[in-house]
Each structure stands twice: as C-alpha cells, then as structure tokens.
Ligand binder design. Structure first.
Ligand code: UD1
Length: 426
C-alpha cells in the first residue's frame, strides 16, 4: 500500500489548478447509460477508482464499455443486459453501486443487488430508495444480504422523501424516466449532481422538470436514445483546493469550476478571512491576513456540504479562537478529529458537534486516512503543519481526488508517495 509524505510549507500555495469532472455526477450518469441500447459518450470522466468500479459493474451487467482514461472519455453501449445482479464484492468496494437499481428497474423490470452496508461515516441505509420504488409498483425482498426488486408494471407516483437523500433522488429519477405515467419526487435533493443527471437524461429524451428544486416532475417516456454529455466540475475537489489555499495563506487560480456550485463554501471562506474572485480564467482564492474562526452546520444543498466538513475542520484547527461544526447529514462523520488531534489540534466532540480551539501550528506525524474526505483534511493539515506528515491508507483519497499529489506539487507543495513499509496500526 502507498502513503503520502507531506512536508509543511513556510509559504502559501501559488499557481493554477484544473479541477476534474465530478465523481458524484459521473457515477449515476454511468448507471443511466443502462437505460438505452444506443451508444452514450461521457466526457470529462475523472480516472478515479470509484469510476473504474462503476465501469466494471456495467461490464458485469453486460454493457460494452470503452474507458479511455487519457482523454477521460467513457463510451457505453448496453445493447442487451446479461445480468441484473451486483455482487457483494462490488457493493463492498463502492456504495454507489446501488445506483444501478433504478436503471435496471427501468430497463429490465428487475434487479438483484447486494446491500451496501455501513461505512466509516455512518450506517448508510437504502430504505428511502426502496420506499420510493415500492410506491412505483416495485416488490422488494431482502435475503442473505441481497435485495431483490421486481416490477411487472413500473408506474409513476408521488414520492415524498423523509430526507432529501442524494442517492434516493437519483435512483427514483432513474426508475421514473421509463415508468408509465408521471412521478413527482417531493423533498428531493437539489445537489448540482442531480441536475447533471437530469440534464443527461433529458439529452437521452427523458421528460424532467424541477431538478435543482425540492420537487422534481418526471413524465415517463417509452424509450430513450444515446447521448453525449460532459460531466460538471467537481465542486468538492474545488472546495478542497480552496481550503488548501486558505490554510497555507496562498493565492491560487482554479480552472474549470462553477461558482454557483461553490456558494456555501465561498461564503464560509469569507467568514474565515479568505477572499475569492471569479475572473475570466477561473476562480481566484487567496488569503493575506490571519484565518478567522467560524461556525458551520452541514446541510443538503444549497447548505454547506458535508463532504467539505472535514477539510474545514483542518482550517479551524489553525484559526485563532473557537470554531464549531455541527454535522447534520451523517451520523458518524468526525473520525478525522482523532487523527487531527494527533497533529496537535484541539477538538472536543459532543455527539454531532465539534468544538475546535485554534492552535498556532499543527505538527507533522504519522496519521491514517479513515475515509475519502478525512484523508483530504489530513493533507490540508499536513501542508500547514511543522515538519513532516506521513498519511497512510491513501486509497481512500484516490477514490475521489484525481492526481491530488501532482496537482498540489504544481502549486508548490512538497508531497510525494512512497510504498508503505510496515503495518498501518499506529
Ligand atoms: C452522496 C454523495 C456523498 C455525499 C452525500 C451527501 C455520491 C456517490 N455520494 O451520498 O459524497 O456526502 O451524498 O451530500 O453521490 N439516508 C437514509 N436512507 C436512505 C438514504 C440515505 O437514511 O435510503 C441517510 C444517510 O444515512 C445519510 C443521509 O441520508 O445520513 C444522506 O445520505 P444521501 O444523501 O443518500 O447520501 P449518498 O447518496 O449516500
């Protein structure tokens, strides 16, 4: 296994960084390609391990997939599906594999999927996905860790979500586009990735309105055709680089970003004394004075994204004064606090809140990435820490950040990867 070795910087990051396509947008869009037998082409698909797992799953289901990682293009042709089943191995590697459920129901009227199970950040159930499917005439049965879904007549209905779950909204949308009649998803998630999926589905001939709001209207159509689609920029990767500029007191330009997707992050950074400017070339992010403490609460979009919570904890760890984070989206998303404490951060966790007392400087040591965004938070902390930090289990980070080490090095960071020589237990 590989690890990152990061030396703390004395000067801020400087230069340009190009943001990749959104991981969370490309995964449901790949699932959507199963809805037609015509060829689809996805552009700006970041070569990440999660994307490779999804490509593998589409192939297991019988789709022909050509993934050119160099040009970041994926061509999918699902002429005939040979299987309607995802294995435990796939679900274990990537929870988003459950997103093929809606597409398989739309295309084949059935699916047999391994239940995703929990992960470091919480239990991650799929009850809302299943409730939505049931309302659309799907019979579901759970046995031996699998859920079997059968829909003789997939039909539209009104589906009210108890919580605006991103995955449930996507899965119901995927099932509804080929269902008979009209589906209304109320209390739907409004994340930009939902809009990107809806854009792709519309390009395939689907009838969808209201995406980006809390009510989505879908008119089922008889069939969908192929489409070519460019994935939106990854707002979480962008936010992470913005936080990297902030924590190092840098001045960087982010290319390929959508300012409207970054509003909650920009507003919070402003409170922390970090400036942003949208220019013709991209989004400039810089800090001249000291970091200010702040308070934040994670919320569904357009609230502050839970995926940016860990990177912001790193900022707060070195912002003079008291900061507070309340995590409302996931039940157990503070595991990174323990690793940050090993670097000298002063953090107290009380249930879903974290109180952070800023210290002058963190110090480098050996730490472990416990999940994707936690790993990003450790890199940020390491950039601003005194001395050297070794971050193990970086495969978590590579699920969602394309060439993060190369991109940071181009901005002046001292980060490199080496083989892990001994056990991860520290
Ligand atoms: C997606 C993102 C993830 C992000 C999250 C919230 C992908 C591949 N991942 O995950 O990066 O952190 O949105 O913005 O797009 N819940 C239920 N029942 C359900 C579904 C969800 O209780 O059936 C709960 C979850 O346990 C969690 C909350 O709802 O506490 C949010 O989950 P959800 O919005 O579904 O997130 P994901 O789609 O899994």
């Amino acid at each position: 296994m590989e690890k990152f070795v990061v030396k703390g910087l004395e000067e801020g990051l400087r230069g340009k960084v190009c943001i990749s396509g959104s991981k969370n947008a490309v995964l449901p869009i790949l699932a959507a390609c199963l809805l037609t037998e015509e060829p689809c082409e996805i552009q700006n698909a970041p070569p990440l391990s999660d994307v490779r797992y999804m490509v593998e799953l589409l192939r297991e289901l019988g789709a022909e997939v050509d993934y050119d990682e160099r040009t970041e293009r994926i061509r999918v042709r699902a002429v005939a599906l040979e299987s309607i089943e995802s294995t435990y191995e796939t679900a274990r590697k990537m929870r988003a594999s459950f997103l093929v459920a809606g597409a398989l129901l739309g295309r084949c009227g059935q699916a047999r999927l391994s239940l995703p199970g929990g992960c470091q950040i919480g239990s991650r159930p799929v009850d809302l996905h299943l409730k939505g499917f049931q309302l659309m005439g799907v019979k579901s049965m759970q046995e031996h860790g699998f859920v079997e879904l059968q829909a003789k007549n997939l039909k539209g209905n009104e589906v009210y979500l108890d919580f605006p779950s991103v995955g449930a909204t996507e899965n119901i949308l995927l099932a509804a586009v080929l269902a008979k009649g009209k589906t209304v998803i109320e209390n739907a998630a409004a994340e930009p990735e939902i809009c990107d999926l809806a854009d792709f589905l519309r390009e395939m001939g689907a009838e969808i309105e209201g995406d980006g709001t809390d009510t989505i209207y879908i008119n089922g159509v008889k069939g969908l055709h192929g489409a070519v689609h460019r994935i939106i920029p990854d707002r979480i990767e962008a936010g992470t680089f913005m936080a990297a500029a902030a924590i190092t007191g840098g001045d960087i330009l982010l290319e390929n970003v959508r300012e409207e997707h970054l509003k909650p992050v920009i507003a919070k950074l402003a409170e922390c004394n970090v400036k942003t400017e949208m220019t013709k070339e991209g989004l400039r992010v810089y800090r001249k004075g000291k970091l200010h403490p702040t308070q934040l609460k994670t919320m569904p979009f357009p609230g502050f994204p839970t995926d940016m919570q860990a990177p912001f904890m790193s900022l707060m760890a070195v912002a003079k004064g008291t900061s507070m984070i309340t995590e409302t989206v996931f039940e157990n998303r503070f595991i990174h606090a323990g690793e940050l404490q090993r670097m000298g951060a002063e953090i107290k966790i009380d249930s879903r809140s974290a109180i952070i007392e800023g210290v002058d400087r963190l110090t480098g040591t050996r730490v472990k990435a416990t999940d994707l965004r936690a790993g990003a938070a450790l890199i940020l902390s390491a950039l601003a820490a005194k001395g050297e930090t070794e971050i193990s289990d970086i495969y978590h980070i590579e699920r969602g950040y394309y060439k993060i080490d190369e991109k940071l090095r181009a901005l002046g960071a001292d980060i490199h990867r080496t083989e892990e020589s001994d056990s991860n237990d520290i």
